[in-house]
Design a protein around this ligand. Structure first.
Ligand code: ARG
Ligand code: ZN
Ligand code: CA
Length: 247
């Protein structure tokens, strides 16, 4: 009634060890984090600096509801970003109706170019395809038992942001463009736990950057907001005419 879209979620757990077989409680915890972060009811929302409060999205009017959990045991201990976990024929679990459900795969470990990674996602251009959805490595899924400093469930918040058409806040280039007007242009990604304010200069303009945005690369505890422009971008994807209208 208030325009809130509730996205049904299927969690596909492809595990090779006990740690990778994340519990139902941890899956619920992860869905709860998504609901808190996307509604602006996360407890650390109070940390949004005064400067950015006018452009804080608050409630994005996107919610998540767990509808099914599917589990599969495998001897494959490490996965790549090649989507193999998304098909039974390559050792994974086939997506459930990706036009109508957000599929999340949880794998025990994942690497890209030889380095361990937290997760990856498909943009709306993949909507409805067999590979559509989000993948999270188990150590960074949920909170209880997850691996610090990525143990607040925010890898999923970030990846679902990509799934809903958000770019990295630095635009994946030096002083790049994330296609969102109210996120200040920043030189590159931020990591760790930056101290506010943090200034960057792009094209001779010095700006305080929004490193606490979910679409930067900081620690889970250092990210706690989406901007209003990001909310608008996500809403247009789930709107009746959007690429993910089926959700
Ligand atoms: N590196 C991943 C990506 O680009 C996820 C980063 C998530 N960050 C976090 N603090 N959990 O999609
Ligand atoms: Zn990302
Ligand atoms: Ca921007």
């Amino acid at each position: 009634a208030d325009g809130t879209v509730e996205i049904p979620v299927v969690v596909n757990v492809v595990y090779s060890n006990a740690a990778g077989n994340v519990s139902d409680a941890r899956i619920t915890e992860q869905i709860d984090v998504l609901n808190a972060d996307y509604s602006g009811t996360n407890t650390d929302a109070s940390k949004v600096p005064t400067e950015f409060q006018p452009v804080n999205a608050g409630d994005t009017k996107i919610k998540f509801r767990l509808v099914n959990t599917i589990r599969k045991s495998t001897t494959k201990a490490s996965w790549k970003t090649d989507d193999a976990m998304k098909q039974a024929s390559s050792g994974g679990i086939d997506a459930t109706n990706p036009t109508n459900y957000l599929n999340i795969w949880v794998v025990s470990k994942m690497t890209s170019q030889g380095k361990s990674i937290l997760g990856y996602a498909k943009f709306p251009e993949s909507a409805g395809l067999w590979l559509d959805g989000v993948v999270i490595a188990a150590p960074f899924f949920g909170k209880t038992g997850a691996s610090s400093p990525y143990n607040l469930g925010r890898t999923a918040t970030h990846e679902v942001g990509h799934y809903l058409n958000l770019r990295h806040i630095w635009g994946d280039a030096m002083c790049g463009n994330d296609l969102v007007d109210d996120t200040p242009t920043q030189t590159t990604s931020n990591g760790g736990a930056p101290t506010y304010p943090l200034y960057n200069t792009c094209n001779s303009v010095k700006r305080s950057v929004m490193f606490m945005n979910y679409m930067d690369y900081v620690n889970d505890a250092s990210m706690f907001m989406f901007s209003s422009g990001q909310k608008t971008r996500m809403q247009s994807v789930v709107a009746t005419s959007g690429a993910r209208a089926g959700l």
